[in-house]
Design a protein around this ligand. Structure first.
Ligand code: HAM
Length: 546
């Protein structure tokens, strides 16, 4: 028996009824985003690797350890090889006029006849295949083509078989050549490869799209949200997956549109508080910090670098590297032994200039006015390099080790870092998988409650199947959730199936069809009621009736 294939480590299937919860979360998010005047953006799930390297930062864990990156290329350009070979061949045979037929047999690209006038012995034929490597498949296709041609025309001595490959093709001596001539052709027949990466996050992609689609030229603030899968090769555990879904939003635009205003930061945070409340998530904590402007960060990095010199030799190897390349990343370190050392390092608040301090003060003042509670956390520098000024995370105690429900912040220099115009922005991404876990925990459930239909229609006999479909169609058109049974079932089996999937069962027998009076049983009460067909939809829409 062949081995059963399973979902890849760190990925999983989402099934009903849990998917209903995902849909409810997404519907609530879309509704809230619409009220704050956000529009949806959908960017590709893969991008050029350079976008993340330059946007998120080479030294971040995400880019240096967790990306799904591959070289997408090198494509063999068969058409080019055929074109160049043909030109060459025709030049060589300038005085004869080769007759070239494309694709004469499967796997063979050309049939060539060199035509001599009234030649004897008859003109030689050639079958030619073009491949990136010397392949057994091509040699077999050529031999088969010859056999078929010989069967049609005879004269086996007239055929020549040729396999044309680029000079780079390895000499696979283990492949039997039979009577095929291998011709190695000089030239560049591969298009160059490109390094691509499955998106580990969506902010860089949104900013790339903002630049590419010239959204800044509208002069307006762009308020964009997204819902979709992200990919990181992390060690899987509860709340941490290799494919996970984010619900995120970004506000970005030219400074003249007010994109730098601290009001934007406060509005985003107030929107998140509203969204979590509307989703029914209680007990979250908003942790807030400012990592300052790019200039503040340079100062802070210098202060950190200096403070690290006497202690770094006692720290983990990652921190030793970070201390040199990007000292800020030392604050991301999770190694327990390093924590007491990190606690003694300078804090970023002391490196902020006046403008950054005033910006942060305006954000907190607006949050205070709106009654959005927060706690300050000066170690919250976030694991991505693009952040400037405001950074934040919403955490939830119910999540365990992976307690960040969402994270975000301001990224005033990201657009320039990936070659765009000045376009300050702020945004966040919620881990949707973690939202679901939090909601299930608050419902005190491992999985979402099953959904039940309004009614199960049980046709009594296969002859009534079509009539049952018509009835189901009528009721569904009126907005009811209907499960359709099968006339071959015995009544007992229909009842068993109905009780598992619906609130009520509607019996459709010959009598019911003729009289137009249907028998309906409500499972919660056990009461059986006769309902005229015209009133059935209204009756079924009332869960408490009967
Ligand atoms: P992030 O903090 O890397 O930020 O991710 C945001 C959220 O995605 C996390 O708080 C967490 O809930 C969820 N998440 C991250 N990794 C995983 C995983 N492996 N499994 C499950 N959930 C995960 C960003 O991605 C930024 N792009 C946020 C942002 C938007 N900043 C500005 N705009």
């Amino acid at each position: 028996m062949s081995q059963t294939l399973k979902a890849v480590r760190g990925t999983r299937d989402l099934l009903p009824p849990e998917t209903a919860l995902w849909n409810r979360i997404e519907a609530t998010a879309r509704d809230v985003f619409a009220r704050y005047n956000f529009g949806e953006i959908r960017t590709p799930v893969f991008e050029e690797t350079a976008l993340f390297a330059r946007g998120v930062g080479e030294e971040t864990d995400i880019v240096s350890k967790e990306m799904y990156t591959w070289s997408d290329g090198e494509r063999f350009d068969q058409d080019k090889l055929i074109r160049v070979w043909k030109d060459n061949y025709e030049q060589q045979l300038r005085h004869q006029s080769p007759n070239i037929v494309p694709n004469p047999y499967p796997g063979v690209e050309l049939r060539v006849i060199r035509e001599f006038n009234r030649a004897f012995p008859p003109d030689p034929f050639e079958f030619v295949a073009f491949r990136p490597t010397i392949s057994a498949e091509a040699i077999a296709a050529l031999s088969k083509a010859k056999d078929q041609e010989v069967a049609r025309n005879g004269h086996p001595e007239r055929f020549q078989l040729r396999l044309v490959v680029p000079t780079t093709a390895a000499d696979n001596t283990w492949i039997p050549r039979e009577n095929v001539t291998i011709e190695k052709f000089d030239g560049q027949y591969f298009s160059s490869s490109q390094s691509l990466t499955l998106r580990p996050e969506n902010t860089a992609g949104v900013v790339r799209a903002y630049i590419e689609n010239k959204l800044g030229e509208t002069g307006q603030l762009q308020k964009l949200y997204y819902i979709g899968p992200q990919f990181r090769r992390e060690r899987p555990q509860k709340g941490r997956y290799r494919q996970f879904s984010q619900i995120g939003a970004e506000v970005i635009g030219p400074p003249s549109a007010g994109s730098e205003s601290p009001l934007r930061d406060a509005e985003i945070l107030e929107m998140l508080a509203t969204l979590l409340d509307e989703l029914g998530i209680t007990g979250w904590t908003l942790e807030l910090n400012s990592v300052g402007s790019a200039a503040d960060r340079v100062r802070y990095n210098e202060a950190l670098r200096a403070a690290l010199v006497p202690v770094v030799s006692q720290m983990c190897v990652d921190c030793q590297r970070r201390a040199v390349i990007n000292p800020l990343r030392v604050l991301d370190c999770k190694v327990p032994a390093d924590q007491p050392i990190i606690d003694t390092l300078p804090v970023i608040a002391d490196s902020l200039d006046e403008a950054s301090q005033a910006h942060f003060a305006a954000v907190t003042a607006a949050l205070n006015a709106a009654g959005v509670p927060y706690t300050l956390n000066h170690r919250l520098v976030r694991g991505l390099d693009y952040y400037t000024r405001t950074t934040f995370e919403f955490t939830h105690g119910g999540l365990g080790a992976q307690n960040a429900l969402l994270g975000g912040g301001r990224y005033d220099g990201l657009s320039e870092a990936i070659g765009g115009p000045k376009a300050p922005g702020i945004g966040f991404a919620i881990g949707e998988d973690r939202l679901v876990l939090t909601l299930l925990a608050s419902l005190n459930q491992e999985s979402a409650p099953p959904q039940v239909a309004d009614a199960y229609i049980a046709p009594l006999g296969e002859g009534l199947n079509a009539a049952a479909l018509v009835l189901a169609r009528e009721l569904r058109h009126q907005g009811l959730w209907i499960e359709l049974g099968e006339g071959s079932f015995r009544l007992k089996k229909s009842f068993d199936a109905a009780e598992k999937t619906a609130r009520r069962i509607v019996i459709l027998g010959e009598d019911e069809l003729q009289s137009g009076i249907l028998t309906v049983k409500t499972f919660a009460t056990g009461i059986q009621t006769k309902v005229p067909r015209a009133e059935l939809a209204a009756f079924l829409a009332e869960p408490a009736k009967g």
